[in-house]
Design a binder for this molecule. Structure first.
Ligand code: NAP
Length: 300
């Protein structure tokens, strides 16, 4: 265990907000888990700035309601295009997550639910989108724009407090040894950091930037399965989820971030800081990457 970073509670002023974000006309973005919380706020800001955004979600009716709400809030934007085919992808925000579900929750494939949603789903999604990301990075690079094509693996301050080693490969389904549900969440969020760092190692040469972040603390759908007393305490530090979108905006779009920052960590609400040392371990990163690869092989 380590002490929290100062930025977990004392946040930086967001460099990018809806007030100073330049037009995103012509850009194509994907946000996973945009039917709620931070992802919804991020989609709303980007839509108001004329981006074409795909909301990668699971609940169609809930997502359509969010799209209607975003359109209602931004009536000046006539775009409708989530369902059309694209020839470019500028930024992928791997934002969806589940946190502390009832113990024993597993995915359809039988994986512990937090590893499944937070890591395996995003791993597969990114793999499938990788060729398009590289193609976009190539065309951006040819136009003299580098570091604009990015994958953002949304993590959490929980990753700063994960056990060491962060991933216990002998107990990935938690059947061999029981473990607290918070510890399991922290492992999945450390998994997001490992994914970001390892993806950066693998795709840096291809011009794609890969970053991870802690958005901040917000009362969203994420706490729906959290015990009430914990929610009560959490409310004491929770802020407007729009600030979480600022953290994600910074990571995805801030022009001060360059190829040299690949694999980096963004603290709330938009500042580069270092990744926890042990999560930079290339052996651990490679092993986690290969574990993900093995688990999604049948879907590729
Ligand atoms: N809120 C915080 O304080 C906080 C702090 C640190 C990190 N984060 C991170 O920030 C990100 C966004 O969280 P949030 O606070 O905005 O939470 P949220 O409101 O619960 O949003 C999470 C999104 O993930 C989606 N999702 C959950 N399970 C899924 C599945 N099996 N398949 C597809 N989508 C699924 C949800 O879809 P449904 O609506 O269909 O359930 C929802 O759209 C997460 O990565 C989270 O770990 C949040």
């Amino acid at each position: 265990m380590s002490l929290p970073r100062r930025s977990t509670f004392f946040h930086y002023k967001p460099p990018l907000t809806e007030k100073n974000l330049p037009s995103q006309q012509g850009k194509v973005f994907i946000i996973t888990g945009a039917s709620s919380g931070i992802g919804k706020e991020l989609a709303s800001i980007l839509y108001a700035h004329h981006a074409k955004i795909y909301l990668a979600t699971r609940a169609e009716a809930k997502t359509n309601a969010v799209i209607d709400e975003i359109r209602r809030l931004n009536p000046q934007n006539p775009r409708s295009g989530f369902l059309a085919r694209e020839s470019r992808l500028d930024v992928l925000w791997n934002n969806a997550a589940v946190m502390v579900p009832p113990k024993g929750s597993v995915s359809v494939q039988g994986h512990e639910l937090q590893f499944a949603v937070n890591n395996l789903g995003h791993f597969l999604f990114t793999k499938l989108l990788h060729p398009l990301l590289v193609k976009t990075a190539n065309s951006e690079g040819a136009a003299g724009r580098r570091g604009t094509v990015r994958v953002i693996w949304v993590s959490s301050s929980a990753a700063d407090h994960v056990a060491i080693p962060a991933i216990d490969f002998s107990n990935m389904d938690y059947r061999r040894r029981g473990e607290g549900i918070w510890s399991m969440y922290a492992r999945s969020k450390a998994g997001n950091v490992l994914q970001a760092v390892e993806y950066a190692r693998r795709v840096g040469e291809e011009g794609v930037l890969s970053l991870t972040l802690n958005p901040g603390n917000f009362l969203t759908g994420l706490q729906k399965t959290m015990p009430r007393w914990q929610v009560f305490l959490f409310k004491l530090v929770a802020q407007d989820p729009k600030n979480g979108a600022y953290s994600e905006l910074f990571a995805g779009l801030d022009e001060s971030i360059t190829q040299a920052d690949n694999g980096g960590w963004v603290s709330p609400y938009g500042k580069l800081e270092s990744v926890r040392e042990d999560l930079l371990d290339p052996v651990l990163g490679k092993r986690f990457w290969e574990w993900c690869e093995e688990k999604v092989r049948d879907f590729m």
